[in-house]
Design a protein around this ligand. Structure first.
Ligand code: ARG
Length: 626
């Protein structure tokens, strides 16, 4: 698929287009050069510009030996046809210089710079170092972009990705087994990825690939029949804790060979579609589902369940297709697919003739590509499943379902994440129970944040409902942000005290920062909608300019976070935004009562708007008062 509509809201994209034109003009002999444009980091210290084009160095190394040279710009006032080559450079800097020590790509960079078409985005350009072209953006243009966004809405800043539809397979707990912190991570990360893609104009099928099919159901169903001979009696209250039910049935399964036999037959009867077995299976699934939903509801996460069982009827024909392509071999009684670079094969039919996790995943992938017509299929699980997905994707490539080149659509990506650790550095567990129940965890997050909210003077006369809402926003937001801010591949340590700290890189700090900005606007007594209509943004102070620049970079950051499937990129942007607002802008630029009040209120509003969109994309509810 070709690259879609251009994302005109992204500064980086617009500059890339300008450099593309310049490069075509400067080095017509190198039509494949892709412009390398990036924003200059504040953190790197010396900053010659806001953006930088880094093509000259590599290009110079490539062309310097060639006779072709490059084209300088037309001299001022002189009309030159596009094909003309003009040498403006002193002889000793020409591309054929024989002293490599002294060579730099600066002359080429100068030419690239001078060939840039005129643009309202750019204030000035310069060449630095061995050949970087630095760009300083026009502050008027930044101001206008901000103002336009305030009037037309932040959705006009949504990036455009080159695809229409994606599947995000996330959360995906297993029926009757515990939904553990690993599933919580998958739920949080998957929801954010889905939100970012949806914002970027991609239709997202949010799939809950629950483990609702497998041999464990024989055991569960037989145990259910034993405990409740009358199916009418089966309900959540009677069964109680499904995990305890699972454990008890497993105990029975392991200790009684007669029961075990019945359980194995029950699987066959269930899979054969016998009604009594199907109904018992449905009852068990329903109870689990209710429990999962409690967690999703609290976290504000939408998911559509298409569990393993959904794909079951499609497995035989998909395997037949793979068999016809010669992919399936016999190995030790099982049917398997070998893939490059992995010694063990992917088992697609077990030696007892049954299907497994891999047969289901291959079929689900086929279904998503062919029936659902998804172009990007994203799987969010712990890194432990990396090899499984690697093998499934490689098998799909052998089958010709996916392209060998992962930069092209349709494609499949495994989004792995690390473990959740307790403070002892081991897997996260509670003191008394083995696994942490997610509902308890969220309860604790809420009650701890409630205590903190109530300690604030301002909250003293809030109605109970408001205290509750704020505590939930802050508590659940803290849990989500603590997870999302890390590079997902690393393990992260779950620590309530840290995540609920109102200083440092936490959701609490960010939510309060947002609320403070809202209160500045409220305190001004101005109707911000009127200010938007009649006011004008001016970025004369360095602090104002730095804030404005960071704000207009929102679109490209979301695009980058989507492309790399890294929510931490967005967290970092949000934290920097809050930091720049406070340290560069607010501490140096008086807002209320200053001559620049109108413009500065608009900057406050733009900051709050972008922060709220970041919160939304991270699945965090904003707070307006503290
Ligand atoms: N149920 C699996 C687990 O708990 C996760 C499923 C992930 N999705 C998939 N298509 N395999 O580990």
């Amino acid at each position: 698929m070709s690259v879609g509509e251009d994302n005109v809201s992204s500064v980086k994209r617009q500059l890339t287009q300008l450099f593309e034109i310049s490069l075509r003009e400067t080095v017509p002999g190198e039509p494949d050069v892709v412009p390398l444009v990036d924003s200059c980091s504040e953190k790197s210290g010396v900053k010659h510009g806001d953006y930088q084009c880094n093509n000259a160095m590599v290009l110079w190394a490539k062309i310097k030996g060639k006779q072709t040279g490059f084209r300088g710009p037309p001299a001022v006032g002189q009309r030159v046809s596009l094909g003309a080559t003009i040498r403006l450079l002193p002889r000793n800097l020409e591309p054929t210089s024989s002293n490599p020590e002294k060579e730099t790509a600066s002359p080429l960079a100068e030419a690239i710079m001078k060939n840039l078409p005129p643009s309202e985005i750019i204030e000035s350009c310069s060449v630095a170092g061995p050949g970087f072209v630095n760009v300083v953006l026009s502050k008027n243009w930044i101001a206008q972009s901000l103002h336009r966004m305030l009037i037309d809405g932040i959705d006009t800043w949504a990036p455009r990705l080159p695809l229409k539809r994606a599947v995000v397979d996330f959360s995906s707990p297993n029926i009757a087994k515990e939904m553990h912190v690993g599933h919580l991570r998958s739920t949080i990360i998957g929801d954010t990825l889905a939100r970012m893609l949806e914002f970027s104009h991609v239709e997202v099928l949010r799939r809950n690939h629950v483990g609702d099919w497998g041999t464990q159901f024989g055991m569960l169903i037989e145990f259910l029949f034993e405990k409740f001979p009358n199916p009418e009696e089966v309900n959540e209250a009677a069964i109680g804790d499904l995990q305890a039910f699972y454990k008890a049935s497993k105990l029975r399964f392991d200790s009684d060979s007669e029961f075990k036999l019945r359980a194995q037959q029950a699987v066959v009867r269930l899979q054969g579609g016998e009604i009594r077995y199907r109904n018992a299976w449905k009852q068990i699934c329903e109870i689990s589902r209710t429990e999962f939903h409690r967690v999703y509801e609290r976290l504000g996460v939408q998911l559509e369940e298409k569990g393993e069982s959904f794909y079951n009827p499609y497995i035989p024909s998909v395997l037949e297709q793979l068999g016809n392509k010669g992919l399936i071999e016999e190995s030790e009684g099982a049917r398997v697919i070998f893939v490059d670079g992995v010694k063990i094969p992917l088992i697609v039919v077990k030696s007892d003739g049954g299907y497994n996790y891999a047969s289901t995943d291959l079929t689900a992938l086929w279904y998503r590509l062919n029936e659902e017509k998804a172009e990007w299929i994203i799987y969010v699980t712990d890194v432990g499943q990396q090899q499984h997905f690697d093998m499934v994707f490689k098998a799909a490539k052998r089958a010709g379902w996916l392209l060998a080149d992962d930069s092209l659509y349709p494609k499949a990506t495994h989004v792995g994440f690390g473990l959740v650790l307790g403070e002892d550095g081991k897997r996260f567990r509670t003191r008394n129970t083995e696994v942490v129940r997610l509902v308890d965890l969220l309860d604790e997050a809420k009650s701890r944040s409630k205590t903190a909210v109530l300690e604030r003077d301002a909250a003293k006369d809030w109605p109970e409902e408001e205290v509750d809402k704020t505590s939930e926003a802050v508590g659940y937001g803290a849990v989500k942000y603590a997870d999302l801010k890390n590079n997902r591949l690393s393990n992260y340590t779950f620590n309530f005290d840290q995540m609920l700290n109102d200083k440092g890189n936490t959701a609490v700090y960010l939510l309060y920062a947002h609320a403070r900005i809202c209160s500045i606007i409220r305190k001004s007594g101005k109707d911000i909608e009127q200010v938007k209509k009649n006011g004008k943004i001016v970025l004369d102070h360095d602090g104002e300019r730095a804030l404005g620049l960071h704000l207009v970079q929102f679109s490209e950051v979301v695009e980058q976070a989507c492309t790399n499937l890294l929510p931490s990129t967005l967290c970092e942007y949000l934290y920097d935004l809050s930091d720049i607002f406070t340290k560069k802008f607010y501490s140096n630029c008086q807002v209320i009562g200053s001559p620049e009040e109108t413009s500065r209120l608009l900057l406050c509003e733009a900051t709050a708007t972008v922060m709220r969109k970041c919160f939304y994309l991270l699945g965090i509810e904003p707070v307006y008062k503290i």
